[in-house]
Every structure is written in structure tokens, then in C-alpha cells.
Ligand binder design. Structure first.
Ligand SMILES: Cc1cc2nc3c(=O)[nH]c(=O)nc-3n(C[C@H](O)[C@H](O)[C@H](O)COP(=O)(O)OP(=O)(O)OC[C@H]3O[C@@H](n4cnc5c(N)ncnc54)[C@H](O)[C@@H]3O)c2cc1C
Length: 436
């Protein structure tokens, strides 16, 4: 195959470029920003990189881990899952590490009898077959057919939706249960059934390693692709680089962007595809990473989830040994109405501190530094009957020879799901067969 283009230098584009290189294909990787990474992007202070976006790596992330090994291997450290939840002003311990019985009983008590009845078969489906924990799978497509007319808020009893489902959707999709759908819920449950590590060198260490490894990948940063068209059997890219417009042609192009950004590329040439991609929902998320003079958390209590009365969805220790560093995440409806892109970072951080102060050591604990990012498009919340949308999308893309689409809306938003989608897309591009 001649050189291929991948549009988007986030983890989906990196994965696509990686798999293409595995097949011996040279790649031009177009990235509009100064650096690759997208939503796994990091900020640097005091010589250390901190990750704003995806950083927790499940033990079941097979493809992502294979990738890390292939690019040279990086060290993982235990991150764990240790969370409490504020329910009606009361702190409820959600889990205890290595105490399976406590954790199961806690889930059952939060779900209630009706919630447990609904939740159990879904959990079992993913537990029995991890492959069901992605988007567009047999079990959950059948669930979509039966239940996607209603949202998760009406699918589950209220207390289950508020106390078990909401912490998952707000954190993983930036969305409330009434903005998410049963047919996509397997992708949330897969993450609950996993345990987590993070890279000791952070995501920036992985990005550096990838750039050194990917000899067949030419990184074209500050190359913003504006539109995609067709000419003489080739895909034509219109892009700008340092404010100059230019054009390039490829026989294969993989678009690895959030659906909303991919939509913009097709508005002039494939309006039906643009419209369909525009149906996928994304919600913004604001992330602040703040280091304090003293520990904020204890090793026994390292994170807290908040209910819809506050803009803060959760706050947790940055790493297992970083009890003095808080990662604040603001997502969900209350955050959307209270926090805007224009708001001063200082104001957002102060808001987060006020919310966690009753529970953690914040009051007289001085800040040492903080980093802040408002991420938009932030988290992907998919769409109702999402698999049918994907089928329609495949039908629209199929006649366009050489065009392929991957991204967080294909198999799910986790890093592993982005790798799975990219791997499947590259297989198709190589085979020239577009039926997903
Ligand atoms: C706050 C947060 C926390 C998360 N935590 C986790 C986690 O712990 N574990 C986990 O598994 N997942 C997590 N995720 C999910 C995961 O990080 C994302 O789903 C994933 O990074 C999305 O990658 P992507 O490549 O699909 O999209 P993006 O990262 O958005 O990449 C798209 C890239 O394309 C570029 N671009 C856009 N338009 C153009 C254009 N026209 N031309 C050229 N380039 C363009 C952008 O600059 C960007 O770099 C988290 C996400 C967020 C936001």
C-alpha cells in the first residue's frame, strides 16, 4: 500500500498509525495542535508531567498494553480504586480495597432490590465475556433494541440511577443518566469490572516513546485538516499549516477524530455523513490538578464522588503516592451550567476546594501549584440506538473508496476501546473490505 494519512493525533490516531506501521505502511499523521496526544494531553510543572485526560489503564486493556510493550515497555504502578461518595451530605464508603464481599454488599445496597435485578444480567454479560464491554456488541445491541427509547435514568430505579449509575456516566461520559442509554452501558460496566494502574512516566512518557518508535510515521503537527473530498479515485485533504492552505492526496485516509470534529470535515462533501456524526454527543469536562503543602488524602480514603448538587463530579489523589496532589474533575449538568470555558482557572479551583474542604485536609493547606484545562469536546456520551447509527455510518462510508473512520464513538471512549476500534479499522483498510 502507498502512504496513508491518519487525521488526528490523539490516542485513536496514534493507534491507527501504530497498526498501519505494523502492516508496513508509511503514514502521514495530521495533528492540528503543537503536540500529539489530544485528550491524553499533559501539562508540565516542576519537571514533572501531569495528565489531564485518560491515564488509568485497566489490567484488562490488552491491546493498549501490547502497544506499550511493542514501543519499548514502560513501567506501570498500582492506582487502585478507593472511593467514597457523598449522599445527601453523608459520606458513604463505596469500596474497600481487596474486600470483595464488602464491595458486593455495598453495590447491592446502593442499587436496591429493583436496581440489582436490572443490573445483574448486564454485569454478568460483561463478566462472562469482556468483549461485550464495548460499543456495538451482540448482547448490548439487543438491549438497545428493547430499551433505548428510554434513558438510563428511567431504565433503573431512581436511587440506583442516582447513586450507582450517575457516578459512572458523569465520570466516563460527562453526562447524566438521563443523557445516556442502556444499549451503551456495557462500555461503562467493563470499566467497573476492571482494576487500574497508571504509567509511572505518565502519558507523556508513552507519547515520547511512540515518537521514537514510529519510524514510518511522519508527524505533521500544526496541520489542521479543513475538509475531505474526492478526486480521481483519491481522497483529497484540504489543510492549513502555519496559516497557509495546502492540499494532499492519498489512496487511504483514516479519520481518527471525535465524531463532532469528523463531522465538520464532511459538511461540504458528504452532508449525510456529517449529519450522522453530528448526532454523537460530547460533553465538556474541566480538570484541575493541584499540589498542596501537606497531604490532602489518607491512604485509606483517596477519592470522593459528589452528587448533582455540586459542579465537582469527583476529586481524587493523583496517584497512589500523591496524597498531596488532587485531581479535580468537573462534569455533568451542574458543572455545565456553572463552569464555562471563559471562567478563570483560579475561580474553578477555589470552587473545588470549597466543595471538598468539609471532607479533606484543605482549609489551611497551602497550594504549591496548579494546572488546569477545560476540555471540549470532552467526554463522549454516544447516542440512543448507537449501533444503528454506526451501521448507517458504515453504509455511507462504504462507497467512498479509501476512506475509513475510527474514534471514541466506534467501540467506546476508553483507551482500550480506542485501540480496538483503530485495530479493526486498520484491518479493514488493509483488506480493502469496509463491512464492519
Ligand atoms: C478528563 C478525561 C479523563 C479520562 N480518563 C480516562 C481514563 O482514565 N482511562 C481511559 O481509558 N480513558 C479515559 N478517558 C477517555 C480517553 O482519554 C479518550 O476517549 C481518548 O483519549 C480519545 O482519544 P481520541 O484520539 O479518540 O480523540 P482526541 O484525543 O480528541 O484526539 C483527536 C486529535 O485530533 C486533533 N484534531 C482535531 N481536529 C483536527 C483536524 N481537523 N485536523 C487535524 N487534527 C485535528 C486534536 O487536536 C486531537 O489531538 C478520559 C477522557 C477525559 C476527557
Amino acid at each position: 500500500m502507498s502512504k496513508a494519512a491518519v487525521i488526528g493525533g490523539g490516542i485513536s490516531g496514534i493507534a491507527a498509525a501504530f497498526y498501519l506501521q505494523q502492516y508496513g505502511v508509511d503514514v502521514d499523521l495530521y495533528e492540528s495542535g503543537d503536540r500529539i496526544g489530544g485528550r491524553i494531553g499533559s501539562g508540565c510543572t516542576g519537571g514533572r508531567w501531569f495528565d489531564f485526560g485518560g491515564k488509568n489503564i485497566g489490567r484488562k486493556y490488552r491491546r493498549f498494553r501490547e502497544f506499550v510493550t511493542e514501543i519499548g515497555g514502560l513501567d506501570f504502578e498500582y492506582f487502585g480504586f478507593n472511593t467514597s461518595q457523598v449522599i445527601n451530605g453523608r459520606v458513604v464508603r463505596l469500596n474497600k480495597e481487596k474486600q470483595r464481599l464488602f464491595n458486593i454488599l455495598r453495590v447491592l445496597s446502593l442499587a436496591g432490590f429493583g436496581g440489582t435485578l436490572k443490573l445483574l444480567p448486564l454485569l454478568q454479560a460483561v463478566h462472562k465475556d469482556y468483549g461485550q464491554g464495548f460499543l456495538n456488541t451482540s448482547y448490548f445491541n439487543a438491549i438497545a433494541d428493547r430499551f433505548d427509547k428510554e434513558s438510563l435514568a428511567s431504565f433503573f430505579p431512581k436511587s440506583c440511577a442516582d447513586h450507582l449509575v450517575r457516578p459512572l456516566t458523569v465520570r466516563m461520559n460527562g453526562a447524566e443518566p438521563d443523557e445516556c442509554f442502556p444499549g451503551n452501558f456495557g462500555s461503562n460496566l467493563a470499566l467497573v469490572l476492571d482494576s487500574y494502574e497508571q504509567l509511572q512516566q505518565g502519558m507523556q512518557g508513552m507519547l515520547d516513546r511512540f515518537q521514537a518508535y514510529a519510524q514510518s510515521v511522519q508527524l505533521l503537527t500544526r496541520h489542521h485538516v479543513r475538509a475531505l473530498g474526492r478526486s480521481n479515485g483519491k481522497i483529497v485533504l484540504d489543510y492549513t499549516h502555519d496559516e497557509k492552505s495546502a492540499r494532499a492526496e492519498y489512496s487511504k485516509v483514516i479519520v481518527a477524530l471525535p465524531a463532532v470534529q469528523a463531522s465538520a470535515l464532511f459538511s461540504g462533501t458528504l452532508p449525510g455523513l456529517a449529519k450522522l456524526l453530528g448526532q454523537v454527543r460530547y460533553y465538556p469536562v474541566a480538570v484541575a490538578i493541584v499540589q498542596y503543602r501537606e497531604d490532602v488524602f489518607s491512604s485509606m480514603q483517596r477519592a470522593m464522588v459528589f452528587d448533582r448538587s455540586t459542579s465537582l463530579s469527583n476529586a481524587g489523589a493523583y496517584g497512589i503516592h500523591d496524597l498531596d496532589i488532587v485531581r479535580y474533575t468537573f462534569s455533568g449538568k451542574t458543572a455545565r451550567s456553572g463552569i464555562t470555558q471563559e471562567m478563570a482557572p483560579e475561580e474553578v479551583v477555589s470552587l473545588g476546594e470549597k466543595i471538598i474542604e468539609p471532607y479533606f485536609n484543605i482549609g489551611k493547606n497551602n497550594r504549591q501549584f496548579f494546572l488546569y484545562k477545560y476540555i471540549t469536546p470532552g467526554l463522549c456520551a454516544y447516542s440512543p440506538f448507537h449501533y444503528r447509527m454506526l451501521e448507517e455510518l458504515n453504509e455511507l462510508v462504504k462507497p467512498v473508496k479509501g476512506l475509513f473512520l475510527t474514534g471514541d464513538y466506534r467501540r467506546g471512549a476508553s483507551l482500550e476501546a480506542c485501540f480496538r476500534a483503530a485495530s479493526e479499522t486498520v484491518d479493514l483498510a488493509i483488506q480493502g473490505d469496509k463491512a464492519v
